[in-house]
Design a protein around this ligand. Sequence first.
Ligand code: ADP
Ligand code: MG
Length: 735
Amino acid sequence: MDTRLPAELDFPLERRLGKPTASKLEKHLHLETVGELLQHFPRKYLKRGELTPIADMPVREEVTLIARVQAISSRRMRQRKGMLVEVTIADDSGTGFGSMSLTFFNGYTAEKQLSVGTRAMFSGKSDLYRGRLTLTNPDFVLLADDDQDPSLALQPVPVYAATAKVPSWTIARSIGLILDSMDWESLQDPVPEDVAHRHHLMPLRRAYELIHRPTEVEEAYRAQNRFRFQEALVLQTALARRRALSAQQEATARPPRPAGLLDRFDADLPFTLTKGQDDVGQTLSTELGQPHPMNRLLQGEVGSGKTVVALRAMLQVIDAGGQAAMLAPTEVLAVQHYHSIRKTLGPLAEGGMLGGDADGTRVVLLTGSMTTAQRKVALLEAASGDAGIIIGTHALLSENVSFYDLGLIVVDEQHRFGVEQRDLLRAKATRPPHLLVMTATPIPRTIAMTVFGDLETSTLSELPAGRAPISTHVVGLVENPAWVNRIWQRAREEIDAGRQIYVVCPKIGEANDDDMPLPADGADAVEDKQRNIASVTAIAELVESVPSLQGTRIGVLHGKLDSTEKTETMAAFTAGEIDLLISTTVIEVGVDVHNATVMVILDADRFGMSQLHQLRGRVGRGGLPGTCLLVTQLEPDHPSRERLDAVASTTDGFELSQKDLELRREGDILGASQSGGKSTLKLLRVIKDEKTISKARIEAREIIDADLHLEQQPSLRAAIMAYLDPEKEAFLERG
Ligand code: ADP
Ligand code: MG
């Protein structure tokens, strides 16, 4: 593919801006070409006309002011990583004498850019903290001292992502120079003309002008819409192309074999498949039978029965002479899958063994903690083809693992795996294998279209019959201090009735305990110092002395235990030999103990909504109603309580994930690779922009159907290559 950009955008900045500015932009912002600089869009716009004097400042409103820094200090936060920058500013509007404070969590940029005497425009939401007016993490643009009275000019001020060495105004000035000197004639629009026309997009040149130098903020927003569509189109065309290319790849067809393992398995299945399981099963069966690789994402509620769907697909592949590998994110889960799949298969899993079925296959487990001897056997069975199903953790990816004929890869709980890992496993097959990715985190359609855009999606929305409902309650310890005891009593009642309990804590409680989730927003950090976040170690100690729990059997599970201990504890809990299991989120995914009925989550506000949803899905599995208690030390009106209330208000995972998205920032959803640099989605917001993404997807399909290699669309092709640098491509496959 021709990867050259239109010459104009590919132009080195040095030739337009001179060496000093260009090398600063390159060094500090990694901007090297005209195109990269023009695509460095403002993060927001400050409206100059509406400055608020500190003396008149309303509380809890968006405000903009011009002020001078009077004092600045920074200190490390004690309870969590990071630091706090506190700045005092004084009014510079000439109308008042007020001063106020600014707080920046992890304000490295603020610390570098602001010093005593610095004059800047600040914008943020005002609030009171300890009786003093404060802006938390405000946006700001430094003002040159010669910028005498910015309020005279009424144009909005663009705020660029900037650094101390390259402040926002330098960027604005450089972009201005480029805009004035561009050879616009030679600039080709990546959006094909007919598409631009159909969607009423403004011309590219005008869009660049308005997004960087608007006279009204509304104009800038319209320009953003234009680039948003463009971004969606580029992304969707890339994905459509990837799907099309993959559909052309050749794979070994694995059609169903009558009277094979799958048929015999189905005949003995102790339950009836749900309609969803049946439908998805048929889709998978058809696709596995094609000579092209299946690439499918199966998403389904916690407990919707994805495993049996995957197992049936694996059996079909085995019937057709291939092997299936199942990749699980944790050892606990791999071991559990191994046991439950063997149990489900019964004699069918003991091919070639005494008492096993003559036509049966073999299931092997491969994890990091196995002894060398155990490993040898497993490796041999995988390589010889004796094992039809190979289940494992990351250990499956290691170099010395080979397969006889790997036909299907199943990735369980995908979000824990990166694309590199998926690819490592893929590379172990002689021909491209079929791929089934399973996730229990419900993914809204737009995310599925964007993040998993190269996978076709199937959904299991109903739960198997007989599944008991889970009731969820928020237990606020501030309002109900007595509940601490009530929780343990409740646990005891349940244990006396023969049931089991999970107690989940946000942290382990040992030295170097760094797996504690960060609070949802910076504001929590302050309170954090005052409250004691529940840890497995502390709670394990505590329950020993709780009268109502005397004589119960208590187990402890967390990531720092060695894997034998982990496996044994989990096995004991599964066997009912432990009544109450205190753990971290290691039990979050996939663990399936039918007798567990109560889930207590301590300091539940420390977890994300989908995590809480996952966690509670561990109870109510065996036809017994489940209870989930979300315990929190936060005040009833604390903003983070909203998430807990949302989780308690519905058990519909899709509804929840939609709410979750509304409450969270984009970057958290798309993962770490989205935090900065060239690979950031610039304007597109996968939640808000569903309509734009859908429209672009339709156009993209048509473009690719007509012209797979984009020979008629050199500009779009170039935009895709520029946009999808290798790092980005990796991101697209990441979950
Ligand atoms: P998840 O989709 O969360 O991975 P699992 O595959 O672990 O769910 O299934 C949860 C439980 O439901 C398992 O014990 C499984 O045996 C059971 N199950 C799956 N399908 C059905 C069904 N159609 N009817 C009854 N129970 C089922
Ligand atoms: Mg599962």
